[in-house]
Design a protein around this ligand. Structure first.
Ligand code: MRU
Length: 351
């Protein structure tokens, strides 16, 4: 099984995703600042993985605190959360994880420093296990939506590498394949960071799931030629009305799916649903270094002095989304109601 990230006594161990697919290198972050850097530089990426990494980073920072009172530890916790919260703005799982760690701190009855530190480490590890369980549940719910045979297109990487394990969109595909469905995955390469070409293809190849990488601008032609039966992607933040922020290019895929009468599905845990955000226009979109676009493998592709944009995400309006697969079931339009119902339901997951 792919170990995207894990808690160890020495620190948080990550599979360095910037080195894939040619090198499988693990590194251990021993401080919360190093964890923040790992999130910022995309050593770890993907909304659920960012959330779990943030929780583990907070646990690491609190464990190393020199505080002598609970009040001092609380001040340290706030500072750690602020540093980690400044890494990447779009995936709401980051802020969900920070909030959950703060609430854990506040809710503790016995408040010796060692007790708090131990409990926060435990909470981060629980979030890791819960994320895998949520992905497996999404797989169980979503597998039925996948065709019994045919092509399934995905964009970016919403797999084991983007989560604590198993994946959201790729979890649904994995579960469908485990049921005997003959799925061939079409992976958009996902310019400019190439999560599809480097990461999705790598992890599906490891699982023996047939995969073809296409450049992003081929998706429409593949749909038109009848090679695609359905689309499934992940999400970084889902607004209360069902608008979906996901990797840049997702919106184009959704529009193309509608034009070609193909179902466009989103798979995401409820930690990705932001009920405080009314619609997609309110979702902050991360702008990354333009060099990720202007240069390919270190080689300049754009003339000096020409403007380059690099928004890391876009928003797909909910009208294009046929269903949102969550760990508590499949949400259908109108999402303002179905998402609220799922998010309010009692957790019922086995860890
Ligand atoms: O910039 P990234 O690689 O962190 O973006 C990741 C995505 O857009 C994924 O599709 C999303 O986080 C869902 S991951 C289960």
């Amino acid at each position: 099984m792919i170990q995207t990230l894990e808690w160890t006594e020495q620190g948080v161990r990550f599979l360095d995703q910037t080195k894939l697919p040619t090198q499988e290198i693990y590194l251990t972050c021993k401080t919360y600042e190093q964890v923040a850097d790992a999130i910022r530089t995309m050593i770890v990426r993907g909304a659920p993985a960012i959330g779990v990494a943030a929780a583990m980073g907070i646990a690491l920072g609190v464990r190393a605190s020199k505080a002598e009172t609970v009040g001092e530890l609380k001040r340290d916790l706030d500072r750690i959360c602020e540093v980690i919260g400044r890494t990447r703005p779009t995936a709401v799982n980051l802020f969900w994880a920070i909030q959950r760690m703060k609430e854990k701190f506040e809710g503790l009855q016995i408040r010796s420093l060692a007790h708090i530190q131990g409990e926060l480490i435990g909470e981060a590890q629980r979030m890791h296990a819960e994320d895998i369980a949520a992905n497996q549940a999404m797989g169980r719910h979503g597998a039925g939506l996948m065709p019994s045979s045919g092509g399934v297109l995905t964009h970016c990487n919403a797999g084991a590498l983007a989560t604590a394990g198993y994946g959201t969109a790729l979890g649904v595909i994995r579960a469908a394949v485990a049921q005997g469905k003959k799925i061939h995955v079409y992976a958009d390469e996902t310019r400019p960071f190439l999560q599809g070409a480097r990461l999705t293809a790598w992890e599906l190849m490891k699982d023996g799931i047939p995969t073809t990488v296409i450049s992003d601008n081929m998706a429409g032609a593949m749909m038109k030629q009848g090679k695609i039966a359905a689309i499934v992607v992940g999400a970084d933040r889902i607004a209360a009305n069902g608008d979906v922020a996901n990797k840049i290019g997702t919106y184009s895929v959704a529009v193309l799916a509608q034009e070609n009468h193909l179902p466009f599905y989103v798979a995401a845990p409820l930690s990705t649903v932001d009920l405080a955000c009314p619609d997609g226009s309110q979702i902050p979109i991360e702008q990354r270094n333009p060099e990720e676009v202007s240069h390919i493998a270190g080689k300049q592709m754009v003339p000096d002095g020409v403007a380059v944009e690099n928004p890391a995400f876009d928003v797909t309006p909910s009208k294009y989304v046929a269903a949102i697969i969550t760990e508590r079931g499949i949400a259908r339009p109108p999402y303002a109601q179905s998402l609220r119902q799922f998010a309010g339901a009692e957790a019922n997951l086995e860890v």
